[in-house]
Write a new protein. Structure first.
Length: 357
């Protein structure tokens, strides 16, 4: 077997990370525009989540960055070098997908070694690095098991180890947890975040699960119809949504009719400040978070139609006299019975608004 000196792409990972920029990226499919001039900048070592509904273009953006899709316009910069025409195998990126895609005839260790074998890394180094990668994901004890002898979560850990063993400049994760059950999904997402921070590797994570995105990412980019509506920290997106789409998509909101005058929206007689710039006036839809509504001694009269205990809080649905149903999140000590008459008030926090449809 030929022994080779490792190139920088297979050398120890840099703690400084790699910068990534998508500038005006356009992608068409059969005359339909999937990406409409997308701009995104990822700082070295940053963990960015692309979040959005099905069909918004988030997986297309990831595939364009990886080289699996050729773009129809714009630039893709890795450390300020445009790689838009660089083949996928020359971009030095690790990829993990929803399907584990492990070779069934290989053990976990052999699966992890595979990328190094393709790079003609010598057998001793190959095995050492594969063992190290399996240890990183907590599977060194299962190195000799075949895929059918591993659980779904364990198979996805092997896939993650396989992506990391080549020490890529960028890690790409496309819905890697969606096929797993809830408890395994939470454990593995936390493990991915820990490993990413330990390695300092620049990471793009695609998901439609907002809880997942908000829990692990440094910043979240919310996509809609082929472009990005807002990029920000999880807190910024939730507390200060830049658009009505972000307010509606991230977290839960009560969509209530209101009237805007001079930067203040009046909803059911209560004035609330409007988030961000207010270029409109008149009839609007106000997005009021369930935790910004409270049960009160006096206020909007309504009837409890449903209530759920969710561990750290209760979520109660109240039908107002006009038929509108408002969701309230409140302390578990506040108990409501089905059919009970209650009163609601808004806590007065600023809200996002959109023109009434």
């Amino acid at each position: 077997m030929t022994h080779v000196v490792e190139t920088p792409s297979t050398a120890a990972p840099s703690r400084t990370g790699t910068s990534v920029k998508l500038v005006g990226v356009i992608k068409d499919y059969a005359g339909q525009r999937a990406l409409t001039g997308l701009d995104l900048e990822i700082e070295p070592g940053e963990f960015i989540a692309l979040l959005g509904p099905s069909g918004c273009g988030k997986t297309t953006a990831l595939r364009a960055l990886s080289g699996l899709e050729q773009i129809d316009g714009g630039s893709i910069l890795i450390d300020d070098v445009d790689v838009a025409r660089t083949p996928v195998n020359k971009r030095d990126m690790g990829m993990v997908f929803q399907s584990y895609s492990l070779f069934p005839h290989m053990t976990a260790l052999q699966n992890v070694e595979f990328g190094l074998r393709m790079r003609k890394v010598d057998s001793a180094s190959r095995r050492s690095r594969a063992v190290e990668a399996l240890e990183m994901v907590g599977l060194s004890a299962l190195a000799e098991r075949f895929a059918h002898q591993l659980s779904g979560g364990q198979q996805q850990r092997v896939a993650l180890a396989r992506a990391l063993v080549t020490r890529p400049r960028v890690l790409l994760l496309d819905e890697p947890l969606s096929a797993l059950d809830a408890k395994v999904r939470v454990a593995l997402r936390d493990e991915i975040r820990r490993i990413q921070k330990d390695l300092g590797i620049t990471t793009l994570f695609v998901t439609h699960d907002q809880e997942e995105a908000l829990a692990v990412a440094d910043r979240v980019a919310v996509m809609n119809s082929g472009n990005i509506e807002q990029v920000g920290t999880p807190e910024e997106l939730y507390l200060n949504p830049a658009t009505a789409f972000v307010a509606d998509f991230v977290g839960l909101s009560n969509k209530l009719e209101g009237t805007v005058v001079g930067g203040v929206v009046t909803v059911y007689g209560q004035p609330l400040n409007v988030l961000g710039e207010v270029p409109l006036s008149g009839a609007v839809t106000a997005f009021v978070r369930p935790e910004d509504v409270m049960l009160a001694d006096a206020g909007l009269p309504g009837t409890v139609v449903s209530t759920s205990f969710l561990g750290s809080l209760r979520r109660t649905f109240v039908r107002l006299t006009d038929g509108t149903i408002i969701t309230v999140q409140h302390d578990v000590a506040e108990r409501c019975e089905l059919g009970e008459s209650v009163s609601l008030r808004f806590k007065g926090r600023p809200v996002a608004v959109a023109p009434k449809q």
